[in-house]
Ligand binder design. Sequence first.
Ligand code: ATP
Ligand code: MG
Length: 573
Amino acid sequence: MANENNGETSEKKSLNFIELAVENDLKEGKNDGRLQTRFPPEPNGYLHIGHAKAICLNFGLAEKYNGVCNLRFDDTNPVKEDTEYVDSIKEDIQWLGFQWKDIYYASDYFQQLWDFAVELIKEGKAYIDEQTADEIAKQKGTPTQPGIDSPYRNRPVEESLALFEKMRTGEIAEGAMILRAKIDMANSNMHFRDPIMYRVVKHPHHRTGNTWQAYPMYDFAHGQSDYFEGVTHSLCTLEFEVHRPLYDYFIDELKETPTYQNDGNYRPRQTEFNRLNLTYTVMSKRKLLTLVKEGLVNGWDDPRMPTICGFRRRGYSPESIRNFIDMIGYTKYEALNDISLLEAALRDDLNKRATRVSAVLDPVKLIITNYPEDKVEELEAINNPEDESAGSHTIEFSRELWIEREDFMEDAPKKYFRMTPGKEVRLKNAYIVSCTGCKKDENGNVTEIYCEYDPNTKSGMPDSARKVKGTLHWVSCAHSLPAEVRLYDRLFKVENPGAEQEKDFRELLNPDSLKVVTNCYVEKYVAEMKPYSYMQFQRIGYFNVDKDSTPKKLIFNRTVGLKDTWSKISNKE
Ligand code: ATP
Ligand code: MG
């Protein structure tokens, strides 16, 4: 079940537990009243909406409390990292509306970290272990059972120093040895049982090339990087809670080494918060990469992807994402966030932002038989009823129009308020018309619909106030443009694909997540809009201009429908 209890209803938002802690620290004068956070992505994939939560928190706190937030690339695993990811991460953060002060790379600290590791070896607090990964795993023990010491644990310092140097220069094969911290094989926190500090990786690094053949592990790089930069509040997701004692351990050791001694009262503090998890999608970079690599989606920015660039291409506004993250808040409990909540935030924002236009996705011709053949009227269409400053544009009206096939029924039930013979409907921004009949082909498919208009009912005339139940959208056949429309739906057909352990997540993909419709017509005004522009196709939903759209081939993406159709479906079930 999705978490229902994560909407914020009160007018004035109360502070979350991290803001409370920060305010308290500032009040107590900790760190001389300084607040410094960082967003620390590993450049091994594109950012997803989960990352947006960490971004909003880190950058948001710095903004709110006059602090500093830096961007730090945690690039300690050269095999998976790439500058393509570095560039996309920067772009996505800025698109969300945030700006870092400085950019740092964990790889900038490779020398410092190395020197610190050497220091620990010399102090007898680290050693080179030559066992296989399997052997080491077997000695780990369990949380209730102590581990077993490695036979290399007490080897001479000189030996470890010499081998460590060889790890760096490439003389040691991958997996042949590692550097481990000598802490406590019986500690109830498994992360203290002689954790790995360095391993050999023979792969060029996107910034340091082949200079290093041995790389620090996350636990040996993250806290120290925070410390080098002067981070005061190191915020991360709950799974790192169990790493916190080790985070503190290495920083305390670092503070003792002569090179890094500072005034003694500074130490970054790690605080954990719950991850963002979204229904009907997966959030792990590994799985997203699989979808991209296997061509199950069309790249990282496929509008069905939960990546920031996917949402951008789909037509989400940065504000809608930020508002949603604000609504779900920060807690200490894991939750599954309902995508309908994100979509509600999206509709709410796009309602204020989107230009109203007309498009017909499944066209059938409507002929107004009493309207002059060569007459064309330019009618006024309001761009956004929610925003007067958005102005208006003109839309051409003529004798032959396209309307939606589903807006006509030959034998309609009583409560059908769209077009049916003998009844009146209003054509949006234009006239009231009365349907007179239709023409069908030999298979019984409607090919043309006929109606007559009442010239006294033009929008704004007194007779236009006449009570008519239905209003239909339309475009003029001679004044509209053909377009391709991509109808996107949820990428997965189950609520929590990540939780279905027994099934491959690929089997859970929604086969109907993309429907391409090619015989659509849009009003001409739309052709002037730039890629990513926000629009509402009236009566249909919110759409945007795809980045691949050209004047010759117009392409639109459905961002979200006007209503939550999924809740209707699940209520029926
Ligand atoms: P993934 O597990 O999706 O591969 P990651 O945690 O490995 O992501 P990083 O690049 O290490 O990705 O993450 C950068 C920052 O974003 C970290 O501080 C991490 O805690 C945070 N983060 C990652 N995923 C989420 C999420 N779903 N919700 C909130 N914060 C997240
Ligand atoms: Mg990570």
